[in-house]
Design a protein around this ligand. Structure first.
Ligand code: PHE
Length: 350
């Protein structure tokens, strides 16, 4: 073999050794690709050396050419093997990185809870359903007539004052301040007998504090029949209070004034926070007022076209949040509206 042919073959073999050495330190499949271009590409080192074949004598070309092809094949195979190994390492690293621990206990999805006000309303509805009351509602946007005038609250009465009532500007409409207008709408719509429970949302222009919220719930109760007396009112109130608060609740009935009843009375329950001994919540009295009530005023019957000589009735109204606060010892009305799950979840069972 001529000197030139021997040198070319040696250079090709040296390139194979060099290529394998560089390949050993390739760290990524991209590094491998770069080496492939550098050695075996169209302008790669091996390719360029093989162009030197043309300068050899024709009878020497096959042997050196064959050696060159072996180098090419060996390098190509080494490149493929290294690339495959690096690719596999990358994939198993990625798999390990987002490996799922199938032995971890699952996350229990949160279930929705009924709101304590909904729970209280359901309890109240069922207490009155058992006593033969129907449930009805009325609009939250009311006329001044239904919310005040028909209830014997004349213009100029303090309860009509701008500061307590949220009016709809430019109209005689307002956001009802109590559920009592449902009394009027019910009596306007049909003759007695009536046994009505009217739960609903009410609005007052009050600054929020521990016992006031500008939006709150009331229930209204109205009974109209022949021969209804204060005794029926007391019996119903007591039955309702014992059903809602428990048999042992201590109650106190005392006179109170509301323009749409005569006589009027308020019902107090013994303070749940101090058991009646006197505390800050009951202002030392041991009692907490829970509702207003009374015998339907003749002027109200006249407003709806009922004959006050024939019919008599009683009504009462009370705040639902206040009832729930007393029943469960909840210290502030705002808790109902802040949607703190730590508070709400305590009522899950009803
Ligand atoms: N509507 C009165 C209030 O909001 C409560 C009440 C209702 C009083 C029925 C007497 C009769 O305070």
């Amino acid at each position: 073999m001529s000197r030139a042919a021997g040198d070319l073959r040696d250079r090709l073999q040296a390139l194979e050794a060099e290529g394998r050495a560089e390949l050993a330190s390739a760290a990524t499949p991209d590094d491998v690709e770069e080496l492939r271009v550098r050695y075996l590409g169209r302008k790669g080192r091996v390719t360029r050396e093989l162009q030197g074949l043309g300068a050899l004598a024709p009878d020497e070309r096959p042997a050196v050419g064959e050696a060159g092809n072996r180098v090419k094949a060996a390098l190509a195979e080494a490149l493929d093997a290294r690339r495959a190994a690096l690719q596999e390492a990358l994939e198993s690293a990625a798999l390990a990185a987002d490996r799922v621990d199938v032995t971890l206990p699952g996350r229990v999805p949160r279930e929705g809870l009924r709101h304590p006000i909904s729970i209280a309303l359901d309890e109240l509805r069922s207490i009155f359903r058992e006593m033969g009351f129907e449930t009805a509602g009325g609009p939250e946007i009311e006329t001044a007539y239904h919310n005040f005038s028909a209830l014997n609250i004349p213009e100029g009465h303090p309860a009509r004052e701008e500061s307590d009532t949220i009016f709809v500007r430019g109209t005689d409409l307002l956001l009802r301040t109590h559920t009592s207008p449902v009394q009027i709408r019910t009596m306007e719509s049909r003759p007695p007998p009536i046994r009505l429970l009217a739960p609903g949302r009410c609005y007052r222009n009050d600054a929020p504090d521990a016992t006031h919220s500008p939006v709150f719930y009331q229930i209204e109760v109205l009974v109209v029949e022949e021969g209804i007396t204060l005794g029926h009112l007391k019996w119903t109130l007591e039955r309702f209070a014992r059903a809602y608060f428990g048999r042992d609740v201590r109650l106190r009935f005392r006179p109170g004034y509301f323009p749409f009843v005569e006589p009027g009375a308020e019902l107090d329950v013994a303070c749940v926070f101090c058991g009646g001994a006197g505390c800050a919540t009951c202002k030392g009295s041991g009692w907490i007022e829970v509702l207003g009530s009374g015998m339907v005023h003749p002027a109200v019957f006249e407003a709806v076209g009922y004959d006050p000589e024939r019919w008599s009735g009683f009504a009462f109204g009370t705040g639902v949040e206040r009832l729930a606060m007393l029943k469960h010892g909840i210290p502030g009305i705002r808790l109902f509206y802040e949607n703190d799950l730590r508070f709400l979840a305590q009522f899950a069972g009803g």
